[in-house]
Design a protein around this ligand. Structure first.
Ligand code: CLF
Ligand code: SF4
Length: 304
């Protein structure tokens, strides 16, 4: 074979290997051979992270760069079909922003619904902050989504209060410790529900020096105990020029050494992802590669 699904995966049950052997994020081997694409159909968000700047893509999953062109579900489906025809290695379609995919349930689920009919061979993947996850788990399973990522930065509301100034919950804004408490409870409940339904869950955590660095070891233990498949600790990108609140407060991102030390510390507990490239919400191609410019809507229209 070409290496994907190779020795590193040999210990896993066949059913799980089949789910990850061509998913470039869930399998490190696969990322050398298979590509993913994102469609930016989800502009709104239901929480505020201190490290987010809404002018850029959701920094939970996505590198702050240039804001993505937001697509309607119909436009997104067109784009996926055009990319699939041009890039045969494209095996996974993810929805990861530019806001929170599950805070835009109609747009996100309509995109998945159409794709599961029109492009049944493409694996569907979604990432979320988890706030709206429990109420949408059944819908997610209906659309045959086998991979979900939840960004979990803390399991302790006192830590959470330093990361999330507010959440939007039951039609009102909730702030402080209470907000973090609700978010954490929803994330953990969503994780448990997905695991119970056989969905593979990856947990992303943003490493914020001095805020949750030590605490992420506890996060790793907790999510592993609940059945998360993979943990991806990502470095905070807090650049003042991006205008993030954290950046303006002088909060720095971790050094490479701090990041790998923490990944090593968590690795004792569960499989760690170390090849994440913090993709944009409209990324196209192999991880670390972005061919989005080749597939803008005007270019797709020209091909028709
Ligand atoms: Fe996209 Fe995320 Fe699915 Fe991958 S990205 S929704 S799991 S298909 Fe992958 Fe990109 Fe890292 Fe995300 S490298 S930012 S982990
Ligand atoms: Fe920003 Fe994403 Fe956090 Fe929402 S979940 S505030 S879009 S970083």
């Amino acid at each position: 074979g070409c290496g994907a699904g190779g020795d590193k995966l040999a210990h896993l049950p066949e059913a799980i290997r089949a789910k990850i052997n061509n998913h470039p994020c869930f399998s490190e081997d696969a990322h050398h051979h298979y590509a993913r694409m994102h469609v930016a159909v989800a502009p709104a968000c239901n929480i505020q992270c201190h490290y987010c700047n809404r002018k850029y893509d959701c920094s939970n999953e996505s590198r702050p760069g240039v804001v993505s062109e937001v697509l309607t579900p119909d436009q997104a489906v067109k784009k996926v079909i055009a990319v699939a025809a041009a890039i045969p290695q494209m095996t996974v379609l993810g929805i990861a922003g530019p806001g929170d995919p599950l805070a835009n349930p109609q747009r996100t689920l309509e995109t998945f619904r159409q794709l599961s009919e029109k492009a049944p061979d493409i694996k569907l993947c979604v990432s979320t902050n988890g706030l709206a996850l429990p109420e949408l788990v059944d819908e997610i399973c209906k659309h045959n989504i086998e991979h979900v990522t939840i960004t979990i930065n803390c399991v302790d509301p006192d830590v959470g209060a330093k990361i999330y100034p507010w959440i939007f919950w039951n039609n009102r804004r909730v702030t402080g410790r209470k907000a973090a408490e609700i978010l954490i409870a929803q994330q953990q409940k969503g994780l448990e529900m997905l695991v119970a339904r056989g969905v593979l869950v990856k947990v992303n955590s943003v490493l914020i020096p001095g805020v949750n660095a030590e605490h992420l070891k506890e996060v790793s233990r907790v999510v592993k105990a609940k059945g998360a498949f993979l943990h991806n600790v990502m470095p905070l990108i807090a650049e003042p020029e991006h205008g993030t609140f954290f950046g303006l407060m002088g909060q720095r991102g971790p050094t490479n050494d701090e990041l790998s030390a923490l990944q090593d510390a968590c690795a004792g507990d569960m499989a760690m992802m170390r090849h994440c490239r913090q993709c944009r919400a409209d990324a196209v191609g192999m991880l670390g590669e972005d061919r989005g410019d080749e597939f803008t809507l005007d270019k797709i229209a020209e091909q028709e």
